[in-house]
Write a protein that binds this ligand. Structure first.
Ligand code: ZN
Length: 202
């Protein structure tokens, strides 16, 4: 499986990192080796001094498809959750300054963790509120209605380039409020008030 990630999908987050608001989705990927099981601790890698959390709604593909039209995209996923796209911000800033790819900053081991999966049919994917708490304090609060590109339009866009396969995950981008993690932190994620994610940082 592959993990497709979307950058700058919330206007205020694009602005907090000094990026322009994009006119088409910013896409990057993580390898399957990036997956961290939710019940395992996240260990800060030794190549970074500034690893950030980015809380994001994640959808899981349950059908194979390519060149999927937005109006049919909802048939291609049935589950979603909240995940964290861990990002080595210092590494990313160095690479960005040189115009180089971000993989080392974004695709390292354990940089993708997903919470408990929920059924899309029981929610409105285009109007989901979600929060990330760090040590009991709310640090990120978002709603998918603020996404620049909706889940269905992301599927249309991505599937023009990449065949989407069963089990693939799409991290749909983070709202504002990203920040660093330090050893000992506890990250907890909620969707519509339900706790779905619990990650210890070491
Ligand atoms: Zn992200």
């Amino acid at each position: 499986m592959k993990i497709i990630c979307v950058g700058r999908n919330y206007k205020k987050h694009a602005e907090e990192l000094g990026n322009q608001v994009p006119n088409e989705p910013v896409i990057f990927m993580k390898p399957d080796s990036a997956i961290l099981r939710q019940r395992d601790a996240f260990y800060i890698p030794d190549f970074s001094n500034d690893v950030h959390y980015e809380a994001e709604i994640v959808v899981k593909l349950n059908r194979l498809g390519k060149r999927i039209q937005s109006k049919f995209a909802s048939k291609y996923y049935a589950e979603f959750t909240l995940g964290i796209d861990f990002t080595a911000r210092d590494v990313q800033s160095n690479l960005k300054a040189k115009g180089l790819p971000w993989e080392k900053a974004k695709g390292f081991d354990n940089s993708a963790v997903c919470g408990d999966w929920l059924q899309v049919s029981e929610y409105d994917i285009n109007n989901l509120s979600f929060e990330l708490y760090k040590n009991g304090e709310c640090v990120q609060q978002g709603n998918t209605s603020d996404m620049l590109f909706s889940v269905d339009s992301l599927i249309e866009h991505c599937s023009q380039y990449f065949t989407l396969k069963i089990g693939d995950q799409i991290f749909t981008g983070t709202p504002e409020g990203v920040g660093p993690v330090t050893s000992g932190d506890l990250l907890e994620g909620y969707i519509e008030g339900h706790k779905v994610l619990n990650v210890k940082v070491k």
